[in-house]
Write a protein that binds this ligand. Structure first.
Ligand code: OXT
Ligand code: ADP
Ligand code: MG
Length: 585
């Protein structure tokens, strides 16, 4: 318990001889002290009953409390804080509706294996359990449970230390994920002796212990890899999260195996690395005979490890490194499961490889390289175009230059075409710089991610947003301006979802379902809150505006006018749209 917090509740006797009353602490201060003791110093949330005073006190006690306009974005921010720091990001919400607003982000964090703790104030148990209609009544614990890794409720002040310790361990140990912590309103005001309170707090030791792989498993993995003629490494965002950057780079380079980064693993090694197979994705997946997965799942983003994109059935063996044993064989047979933390597993593989390792056949690495060079060369001229209005290539060609010149800047990216084109066009050069829609392909992560990226890293942030994607969290630009964060938002304004050209098939007066107000001026929204708004119609204008924003660090929104015909339905995943068997009218 901090001295300040104790003193806040202590009554100082004035010159009488009575023994001083015992110094007290309360739930408010115990929660703050428990978080600070565990080096959790930033809260993302929205104030209100019953946590308004808690936020004020946390700020008074030196915590950074970032107030959002909507809990979902505070939650996304907390989850990205967790991803970037390996400590659980904290999101704080009010009861029922605020809690529910935060819940999407909690579920998303769990799905993406990001550690976060959603702390929600709640109504009184006695009333909730008898369903007597309390203010914002809801059995939040029961609702949160299936959507997160663990859910706890703390009823007594003396349990705060243990409750927060459990939440931290659950969030970061093993496969990271979201944890819910339910704090009924009465808890905050409960008092106890300050000394006993301080003693009840727990500093979590070794919250995410190393998990060393079994030697047999390491040898099995190595045997499978040694038998490969066309090996491939797939790096996922688990590999980025693990912060084992040097070990991973050494494994890739010592083995000589081509590697394919999943979107948020881009930059673990620079995308321009000679072993990157990023621009030969289809070929690499189809032709590889042994695939080493490091912190990536064989989910929809990898066509579940089977089907046409993976070549002939039975043509591959998989080696998988993951901290979650149950991930193995989840979609296809894993020939060599390597269960443990990525740092330990990669180190063990490197040790076992020793000097007795032969690089993969030049025929294979050469074929990948040739394909990469062909695809890169094919794309290059498209990125030079200065069309007005812009197409995706012209606009992203400009932004690609900016990222190359500022490799330590953070990049946030969401949308459909805006996402898919940016992923392949913009090379990343450093680990954990690219934040995007993740496992769910969820729209709305933009401003929350950008805010957390700025707050946690202090680096300038470039957020490349489809106009629809931006709309999900657009109001948070007020938050960006309020905290004067160095964020430049570029809205790719093509007048709608995928394209701005759809028409209402009934011929009625309503707009088509995918089309927005034409030629909207998102830049004016930023100006309304004191930020810089820019209207850009050409790649040159875009380049200039973003460079200026990144230099000045001023909150900026560039409305980038994109040809409304330029996109395709659902970007590169149009194949996932179900087709009606009834012919269209
Ligand atoms: O090898 P081949 O030949 O195949 O080529 C590949 C690479 O080798 C090559 N490549 C390169 N070439 C040259 N140079 C370089 N450097 C290079 N790098 C790569 O390029 C190709 C493609 O490479 P890629 O991208 O790696 O490969 P591919 O095949 O695409 O990879 C497959 C996937 C599945 C891994 C990949 O596509 C992927 O990661 N996809 C993620 C897609 C995703 O998550 N999309 C978001 C969801 S879409 C939809 O659901 C939307 N909604 C609905 C909605 C959502 N999502 N959420 C909520 C809460 N509510 C509703 C909405 C509302 S999108 C959306 C809004 C859209 O409108 P916007 O206005 O925001 O956006 P616009 O579309 O811009 O208007
Ligand atoms: P991507 O979408 O980039 O393919 P996924 O989110 O599907 O990545 O996969 C990430 C995987 O990484 C998860 O299966 C998770 O269990 C695993 N993971 C996360 N952190 C670690 C770690 N420190 N060590 C080992 N595996 C990890
Ligand atoms: Mg759009």
């Amino acid at each position: 318990m901090s001295e300040t917090a104790t003193q806040a509740l202590e009554e100082i006797p004035e010159g009488d001889t009575e023994p001083a009353p015992e110094a007290l602490t309360d739930g408010f201060h115990l929660i703050i002290d428990a978080l600070k003791l565990n080096d959790l110093n930033t809260i993302y949330g929205v104030p209100g009953i019953p946590i308004t005073d808690f936020g004020r006190m946390a700020q008074a006690e030196g915590m950074r409390v970032i107030s959002f306009r909507h809990e979902q974005h505070a939650g996304y921010a907390a989850s990205i804080a967790g991803y970037l720091t390996k400590k659980p990001g904290i999101c704080l919400t009010v009861s029922a509706p605020g809690f529910l607003n935060g819940l999407t982000a909690l579920a998303n964090a769990t799905t993406n294996c990001f550690p976060m703790i959603l702390i929600s104030g709640s109504s009184e148990r006695e009333i909730v359990d008898l369903q007597q209609g309390d203010y914002e009544e809801m059995d939040q614990l029961a609702i949160a449970k299936p959507l997160c890794k663990a859910a706890f409720r703390i009823l007594h002040a003396e349990d705060i230390g243990i409750g927060i310790a459990r939440a931290i361990r659950a969030a970061v140990s093993g496969r990271p994920g979201g944890v819910y912590l339910d704090l009924p309103a009465k808890l905050f005001g409960q008092t106890m002796g300050a000394d006993a309170g301080a003693q009840s707090l727990v500093k979590v030791i070794d919250a995410a212990p190393q998990q060393i792989p079994a030697p047999d498993a390491v040898n099995r993995a190595l045997d499978v890899l040694k038998g490969a003629k066309r090996p491939l490494i797939i790096l996922g965002k688990g590999a980025a999260y693990a912060q084992a950057d040097d070990e991973i780079r050494t494994l890739v380079e010592n083995s000589g195996i081509p590697y394919l980064p999943m979107s948020m693993a881009k930059g673990l090694l620079p995308d321009t690395h000679p072993q990157s197979a990023g621009a030969a994705r289809s070929l690499a997946l189809k032709e590889a005979d042994v695939v080493l997965m490091i912190g990536a799942r064989l989910n929809w983003l990898l066509s579940h490890g089977k089907g046409k994109s993976w070549g002939a059935p039975g043509s591959k063996k998989f080696v998988q490194i993951d901290i979650e044993p149950r991930e193995m064989d989840s979609n296809v047979e894993i020939a060599a499961p390597l269960v443990g933390d990525i740092g330990s597993c990669v180190t063990a593989l490197l040790d076992a490889m020793g000097s007795d390792w032969s690089a993969p056949p030049a025929e294979w690495t050469g074929a990948i390289r040739t394909k990469v060079e062909t695809n890169v060369a094919r794309m290059a001229p498209k990125l030079q175009n200065n069309n007005n209005p812009m197409d995706y290539h012209g606009a992203l060609g400009a932004l690609r230059t900016i990222v190359r010149q500022r490799p330590d800047a953070m990049l946030v990216n969401e949308g459909a075409n805006t996402l898919d084109f940016a992923r392949s066009i913009i090379d990343m050069f450093e680990p954990r710089k690219r934040l995007d829609v993740g496992t769910w392909g969820v729209m709305g992560i933009g401003m929350g991610s950008a805010i957390a990226a700025a707050v946690e890293t202090g680096k300038p942030v470039l957020a490349i947003e489809g106009d629809s994607a931006f709309g999900f969290s657009g109001m948070e630009i007020e938050t960006i301006c309020r905290y004067n964060l160095p964020i430049c938002v570029v809205v790719f304004n093509n007048n709608g979802i995928y394209r701005g050209t759809d028409v209402n098939p009934s011929g009625g007066a309503d707009m088509a379902t995918t089309v927005f107000v034409k030629d909207a001026r998102y830049d004016k929204m930023m100006e309304a809150f004191g930020g810089v708004g820019v209207y850009a119609t050409s790649p040159d204008e875009l380049l200039r505006a973003v460079n200026e924003a990144m230099d000045s660090g001023k909150p900026t929104l560039v409305n980038a006018v994109i040809d409304e015909n330029a996109g395709t339905e659902s970007g590169r995943i149009g194949n996932l749209n179900p087709q009606s068997v009834v012919s269209k009218k």
